[in-house]
Design a protein. Structure first.
Length: 406
């Protein structure tokens, strides 16, 4: 199979998929606005004007303001991607994220194309607040041959926007379970975090507004007051780093919280294996009311799915404390939702849930064992990736047959 991936070649998700398909003997090419080198994988990063707007050295470019140079660069990028895809003539195109590479895939006009949405930004926020994006999303859903999502809420949202059910594939990706069998380095991580002999709460998120790490920090004083023998690790980096470290100082919790910084994906298991709890405070600020064209906005967090770090925490034996959102009913029972899910943006609710678990009102060992077993059954990266490979090959054969039909 000749696979062309449209995505950021520096992104860990894109790299995982590229390396997986390459390891299976497939010919993999990435067409990316940002350059990167990957052994055995061809990366095309077109030469364009205004490259500072497309190839920033920073990982996070949340603060980049759109302007004429940005729009012109994307127009030129789209035309270049179209020419490149036609020249490569792959068996299938895989596009990561709708709001950027999905549009590029549609402009490229290649079939078959598989679209992935990462998060709810395009599906449940931008498609409700922007007429242009709503029309583009609907056009992408009609154009694509395969639509991949992570949970039932994402599938339902795709259907609401007009996607045919037979195009939708629910696949939550997963984690490499083999990385979790060896606990080498866990004791060192706990010592480094000042968590030896303590209950450790870990949060692994980019320091960006939609991940609302500030709410996690605001919950810590309440937990510490009742249970001082606890420790907290915030793993990640991003544009809100200074704001969050300043908040920790204002809350007087720097003796309890360690800001670890960016950690490569391959070394994250040492932190989740060392932790007792995994906190996911994701909280999109959802617009309300009506748009300028009179559309009543029904923004939601539908389509976020289970993050890779949540899967990793569950498979590592962490008890999750996760913001309430659609899709989690796929993996948590009603009782587990009552114990583990808290209202987005509400530090008091998070603290109460944490203190309830620390007080051993529930059998934490049994809960941990049940969740770990579920994660191992549902989130095995190898099994899930194998399934997508089969789906791709089936779609390629189906497309070849339809082309050959008179």
């Amino acid at each position: 199979m000749r696979l062309c991936i449209l995505g950021n070649a520096q992104n860990s998700h894109v790299i995982r998929w590229a390396e997986f398909f390459s390891s299976r003997g497939h010919e993999v090419t990435i067409v990316s606005a940002r350059p990167h080198e990957l052994p055995g994988i061809q990366v095309y990063a077109p030469k364009l004007p205004f490259e500072d707007f497309l190839r920033r050295r920073e990982i996070y470019d949340q603060n980049r303001a759109p302007n004429f140079a940005v729009y012109l660069s994307y127009i030129l990028l789209a035309l270049t991607v179209r020419r490149t895809v036609r020249r490569l003539s792959p068996d299938i195109v895989m596009a990561m994220t709708l709001e950027t590479n999905g549009i590029l895939a549609m402009i490229a006009g290649h079939h078959p194309t598989a679209l992935y949405h990462l998060g709810n930004k395009a599906l449940s926020v931008m498609s409700e607040t922007s007429l242009v994006m709503r029309l583009l999303v609907k056009a992408m859903l009609r154009f694509s041959d395969m639509l991949h999502t992570g949970d039932s809420a994402g599938a339902a949202r795709l259907r609401q926007l007009g996607a045919p059910a037979d195009k939708i594939f629910i696949n939550p990706w997963g984690v490499d379970l083999k990385q979790l069998h060896a606990e080498a380095g866990v004791a060192e991580v706990q010592e480094h975090l000042g968590a030896s002999g303590k209950k450790l709460f870990a949060c692994i998120r980019a320091f960006m507004p939609e991940y609302d790490i500030a709410t996690f920090l605001r919950a810590i004083p309440d937990i510490v007051y009742a249970y001082p023998d606890t420790a907290y690790a915030v793993i990640g980096d991003g544009p809100e780093r200074d704001k969050l470290t300043k908040l920790a100082e204002e809350l007087d919790i720097r003796d309890y919280v360690t800001f670890v910084g960016y950690v490569p994906y391959d070394t994250l298991p040492a932190y989740t294996l060392a932790a007792d709890f995994y906190v996911d405070p994701i909280n999109f600020r959802l617009p309300v009311g009506r748009t300028w064209w009179g559309h009543r906005m029904r923004c939601s967090m539908d389509g976020i799915g289970y993050s890779i770090t949540l899967m990793l925490g569950l498979a590592s034996g962490c008890i999750p404390l996760v913001t309430r959102r659609a899709g989690l009913s796929d993996i948590f029972s009603e009782e587990q939702q009552r114990l583990l899910l808290w209202e987005p943006g509400n530090p008091t609710d998070l603290a109460q849930k944490a203190k309830g678990l620390l007080a051993s009102h529930v059998d934490c060992q049994a809960l941990r064992a049940s969740l770990t077993q579920m994660a191992e059954e549902r989130f095995d990266w190898q099994l899930n990736a194998d399934r997508i490979e089969r789906e791709y090959l089936d779609k390629i054969r189906e497309h070849a047959g339809s082309v050959l039909e008179p």
